[in-house]
Structure formats: C-alpha cells, structure tokens
Design a protein. Structure first.
Ligand code: NAI
Length: 646
C-alpha cells in the first residue's frame, strides 16, 4: 500500500512503522487531506491487522505542529462556519477510530506535538517523547479562540487527571519531555539515541496503561468533577472575560457536560463548535494567526543572512538588541564611548541568557558571541550595523559618516531612532540610499514587532535585507514609511495623550486603566506609560504632535524624576516589578470610547497616508506592537466590523 503523506515499513519484530511526512510541507500539519488519508490507513489496517504500530515524524523538525490553521484562516475569510464545524467533527471521528483499534499503537514524539498533533498521540495507546530541547507538548487551541476538538478535551484529563489537564487546556501552555513524563502525559522520556529501541521495547512488553490515582479519578470521573470545573472557571475569570474570550469557558463546559465529545452539544449551546466558531473572537484570533504569518512572509525569498552584527550604543536599547542577536546565534560586536559603558549591557545579557537558555553550554556560547568593542573595529566585518546612540541628529550624523567609511559595501546601515527623520540622518552619508531604520521596541526581549523604516532616500533592496534580518532574529518585521512616530508610536500617542487628559481632569489612574481593560487591552494606558517610561512618552508625544500642551500631571512627574517602572515610581508606585494599584472605581459611561476613539481615528489617518502598505499589516502592527485587543482583530478590522453592524 502506498500513501501520499505516510511512509510504511515493517521491521523484524513485525512492528509497522508509520512515518508521517506530509507532502510538500517542511513541517507536518494535519490538514484535511492528511486526516482523510489517516482514515484510509485505518481502513487498510482493518483489512490486514498489524501486530503493532508506531507513528513517528520523518521531518527534520517536529512530530506534528497541529491542525492546518491555514484551513481555518481560509474558512474565516469565506465565513463558511459549517465547514469549520464539519472539519472539527471529522477530526474527532478519525482520532476516535484510532483510539479504539485493538492492536497496540505508540506515538514516538520527536520534537513539537501541538494541538491536533498531540491529540493524535493521545489517541495512541502509548507515547514515548524524545528528550531534546525542541520537544514541546501542548494544546494551544484556546489561544485561537477554539477548543481541542479532536479528542484533547476528553483524553488529556483521563491521562493526567482533570486539574493538571485544565491547566494545559485553558492556558495553551506546553510541557517538555521530562515534564510530560512526570505528569503522565507520556510513558517514557528518553534521549534521541535510544528512542527507537524504547518504542520497540514498549511494544514488546505491552505494559498496562497508566491509571489515575484514586483522588485523581474522583476529580476526573467522580463526584469532585463539578468542583474541579468550578475552580477552573474561577481561575479563568481572573484572566479572561467571557464576553471577550468564550473559548476557555466552552472547554470547561464541553468537558464537564459532554466529556469532550464535540458531537453532543446542540449548535446553540455555548460549548458547541458552532457557537465558538461563530463568535467574532475565534475568527479574529485565527485572523491574527494569519497576520503573524503575513508579517513573516514579508521576509520570504530574500537571500540575506547576517553572520555578524555591529551595534553602536550600549544603552537601554543597543545593549538589549546586541544581547538578543547574540542569543539568536549571530556574532555581535558592541561599541560605546568606553568599556565601562558596555559592561552593564553584558551583565544584563548574562542575566537574560540564564533565564532563557538555562543550559550552561548555551549560555557560554551566547556570551562568547557577544563581544565588547570600544574601538568599533567590528564595524568593518559586520553584515548589519545598528546605531542606537543618543537621540541627537548631529551626533548620529557624525557616527554614520564614520561607520559608512568603515563598513563593507554590502552591509546594512540601520538606525534605531524613534523620532529623527531618516532623510536628515542620511545627509551625512556619501550613499544616503544605504540608510534604513530598524526600530525595536522596549523591552527588546519581550516585544515581537520591529518596524523596518524606509525613508524617501532608502534603496528598497536595503529595506528588504533589513526585513530578512529581522526575521532571522525571530522578530516580526513591519515595513513602514518614515513619518513621525512611524506606525506604532503614531497610533499609541493619541491614546496615551487622552489618558493623560483624563488624569488631569481628576479621574483615578486605576479607573482609566480599567476602562481600557474593558475594551480588551492587555494593560491600561497609565500602566503602559509607566512601563514605557514617562520621559519616553513625552518624547513620543512631541514627535507625533509637536507644540501640543503638555499634560500637567505628566509634567509634575517628570519634574520629580518619577519616570515610571524604571525609577520605582511614576503614576503608580512599583514594587518587585508590579504596579501597586487601588481598586478601580466604577468606569464612567463613555470613558472606554473616549480612550479608544483617538487611536482608531489616528490609525485611519496614518493608514490613509500610506505609513504601512496594507490594512492587514496595519492591524498586525497594532496588535503586536501596541497590544491592541487581539480578539478584535486590530483597529482597522474593528472599525470595519463596527460599521458593518451599525
Ligand atoms: P541610552 O541613553 O540608554 O543609550 C545611548 C548610548 O549611546 C549610551 O550608552 C551612550 O554612551 C552611547 N553613545 C552616545 N554617543 C555615542 C557615540 N558617539 N558612540 C558610541 N556610543 C555613543 O538611549 P536608548 O534609550 O537606548 O536610545 C537609543 C536610541 O534608541 C535612540 O535613538 C532612541 O530614540 C531609540 N529608541 C529608544 C527607545 C526607548 O524606549 N528607550 C525605544 C526605541 C528606540
């Protein structure tokens, strides 16, 4: 028998090895054709029963990344809800068949097994996870506003107990191989060299499958089931409002009432696939997934790879940009006026690597790649040079004249400026077309979006190389025109400005923040201003709206040198990285609109001016750069839906 997406072989132990190798894709996803072929495979196994079966991946990376979300993205565009419901039920049925076969089955999980990928593994009798850095197991559907409808809601609680399963189902978090073994999600977690033999060993020994402990069983199948569900609802309520994010609530209901069977709820019930998929949140979150891919797609097909990055300016931004690039495997030289100004950046990098890389060898390698370079000799070898020095035109011009003289002709020359027009800096260059903006956001490690700024003088091929570089370091590039505030700060400024006006009118910061949270912003504007830094906020305000009157409370804080989180006090007092807030008063009618409207209006205006190339990229920039409520699909999308419902 031959298949398009599976390669079968039988070994000397009569084990049938099913290598998953989805045709035409670099990673495995369970799209409709693959799912259908799995059905055919199970038909064939019915006719000729195998002794035992191992599912494993033939791809270089990962087991299965999940369902093919692009199918949902396409469905979202046509709003064919029936197709989405049918797709979910088809997957549920095929996996149900797999779970009920009489012959032993085993999933050998080499790399990520997410969503529909993990659900396939859960439908097997045994699971062996390969203990390597890339192995991650999880059910991230909740982050797309949908639910693990291919048996995940049913099987994960039976395997690891309902409380632990709820934790995964409702947050979308992932576990590595060791954690998965500890929880009982997999039977074995083994190093790559013994993975094949372990799978064979399990299928020869056929150990009894894992049973829940007495208490776990009570919580999952017994009288404590209702208690677990109500605790889970309380936990979710702390993080997500049901009107904004219905899917975690639907997951709990589907489990509690129907044991995860997607066929059981009636279409009008809130835990049905139909209800979830017809809620705007799911379609918007699925669209956001597509937008992220669109941002990445800007870098597709560009042949440019940075092997060496030179960063000038080791301050807040330059230091962290350098540390990030070195963590991503690139050699980095970091220049400042003298070595003592570079030292704090190296120390911050060491702290970040410890937190993020954990492994001693990886930390050492990253530190080796990050080299202090007070004389700036690295500029001559670098493929990308990023300037992140003080925001002063004359100093930047001087530095660029020197850099251009040293740099390789092919090197990208980039500035991280937030407010100085590129065209003005470029006058210092013999070839002004070489200058591009690569605008990172603070804090560099957390903010996924990076704006790639083209001035009128920028050569498009330089901007393309800068885009490829941003993608290379795993950030999301957004191409922008050089206009005050670019895209993100331009639309953020009027929103923060309005919040400052509210403060001056005597509305409590907590109440203002609460009004924005009610819209679905992840943090309120006053807390955000404190995080960004009140000095930076003022600078952004001056760039976007020069000559506007300065808000009084902001002025007072700046005079008192209370700059926000970084100084421990701003509009809030900050203790251990947390804003100390009082209870928010009742949000006055209209306050939410008052805050959000200026941002929406500015987004329309900037979009009409062509600051970004299309509406999708504009929405993506607002979501990944400003935290614009993701389930509303971005400011332009949101305004479209408003006008279509009015
Ligand atoms: P910073 O003041 O923390 O760091 C600037 C560094 O540049 C200092 O270490 C200084 O010694 C060094 N420097 C000054 N002149 C130099 C020269 N001639 N050669 C070498 N090094 C020199 O400033 P920050 O906040 O890191 O900002 C840097 C740039 O990034 C600015 O253009 C700013 O507009 C931009 N930016 C800042 C953001 C922020 O939130 N702080 C966000 C996005 C962009």
């Amino acid at each position: 028998m031959t298949y398009t997406h599976f390669k079968l072989r039988m070994d000397e132990h009569q084990i049938t090895w099913v290598g998953i190798d989805v045709a035409g894709e670099s990673v495995n996803t369970m799209g409709t054709p693959v799912l259908n072929e799995l059905g055919t495979l199970l038909d064939d196994f019915e006719k000729q029963t195998p002794k035992s079966v191992v599912f494993y991946s033939l791809k270089k990376s990962g087991f299965i990344a999940g369902a093919n979300v692009n199918e949902f993205v396409e469905i979202g565009k046509t709003e064919n809800l029936d197709e989405a419901v049918a797709l979910t039920k088809r997957g549920y049925d095929v996996y149900e068949r797999l779970a009920n076969v009489k012959y032993p089955t085993l999933a050998l999980i080499n790399g990520f097994a997410l969503g529909g990928g993990l659900e396939l593994a859960l439908a097997c009798r045994y699971r062996v996870a390969v203990d390597e850095a890339s192995t991650r197991l999880g059910l991230p559907e909740v982050m797309l506003g949908i639910m693990p409808g291919w048996g995940g809601v049913k099987r994960l609680p039976q395997l690891i107990g309902a409380p632990a399963a709820m934790d995964f189902l409702l947050s979308g978090k992932t576990a590595d191989a060791k954690k998965a073994k500890k929880l009982g999600m997999v039977d074995e977690a083994v190093p790559p060299r013994i993975m094949w033999n372990t799978a064979i060993g399990v299928l020869k020994a056929l150990p009894p499958t894992r049973k829940l402990s007495f208490v776990q069983n009570l919580m999952t199948n017994g009288f404590l089931r209702g208690y677990v569900a109500s605790q889970a609802r309380k936990q979710v309520a702390k993080r997500a409002r049901p009107e904004h994010y219905p899917s975690p609530y639907a997951i709990i209901d589907l489990w509690q009432k129907y044991n995860g069977d997607v066929h059981k709820p009636r279409a009008e019930e809130s835990c049905s696939v139909h209800s979830l998929i017809s809620h705007p949140t799911a379609m918007n979150l699925i669209r956001v997934f597509g937008l992220r891919e669109q941002l990445k797609a800007q870098a597709k097909g560009i042949e440019f790879e940075a092997k060496h990055v030179h960063v000038v300016g080791a301050g807040v931004m330059g230091g962290d940009i350098a540390a990030w690039c070195a963590m991503r495997g690139i050699k980095v030289t970091l220049q400042d006026l003298d070595a003592t100004r570079i030292a704090p950046a190296i120390k911050r990098a060491a702290d970040m690597y410890k937190k993020r890389l954990r492994d001693e060898r990886k930390i050492r390698d990253a530190m080796d790649r990050l080299q202090p370079d007070p004389t700036g000799s690295g500029a001559a070898q670098a493929d990308v040079i990023i300037e992140a020095i003080v925001e002063n035109l004359a100093v930047k011009q001087k530095v660029f004249a020197e850099l251009e003289a040293k740099a390789k002709p092919s090197a990208v020359l980039a500035t991280n400026t937030s407010s100085i027009p590129l065209e003005q800096i470029a006058t210092a260059l013999a070839a002004p077309a070489r200058l591009v903006g690569i605008h990172f956001f603070n804090p560099v490690a957390q903010m996924m979006l990076v704006e790639v700024i083209s001035g009128t003088q920028t050569d498009p091929s330089v901007a393309r190389n800068a885009t490829a570089f941003v993608d290379q370091i795993d950030k999301l590039p957004l191409a922008c025109k050089s206009a005050p505030g670019f895209w993100v700060n331009r639309i953020l400024a009027p929103y923060l400005g309005e919040a400052m006006k509210c403060l001056d009118e005597g509305i409590a910061p907590e109440t203002i923040d609460e009004a924005a949270l009610a819209f679905g912003m992840p943090v309120g504007p006053i807390e955000l201003a404190d995080v960004v830094g009140l000095d930076v906020c003022r600078a952004v305000g001056e760039t976007v709206a020069p000559g506007a009157t300065e808000p009084q409370k902001l002025k007072a804080k700046l005079e008192a040198k209370a700059l926000g989180k970084k100084t421990g006090a701003g509009f809030y007092t900050w203790v251990n990285g947390k804003a100390q807030k009082s209870a928010a008063g009742a949000v006055p009618a209209g306050l939410t609109d008052r805050l959000i409207q200026p941002m929406l209006a500015e987004a329309q205006k900037a979009f009409a001016e062509g600051v970004v190339a299309n509406a999708d990229l504009a929405d993506a920039g607002a979501i990944f750069g400003c935290g614009f409520a993701p389930f509303r699909g971005g400011p332009l999308n949101y305004q479209r839906t408003l006008s279509s419902t009015h």
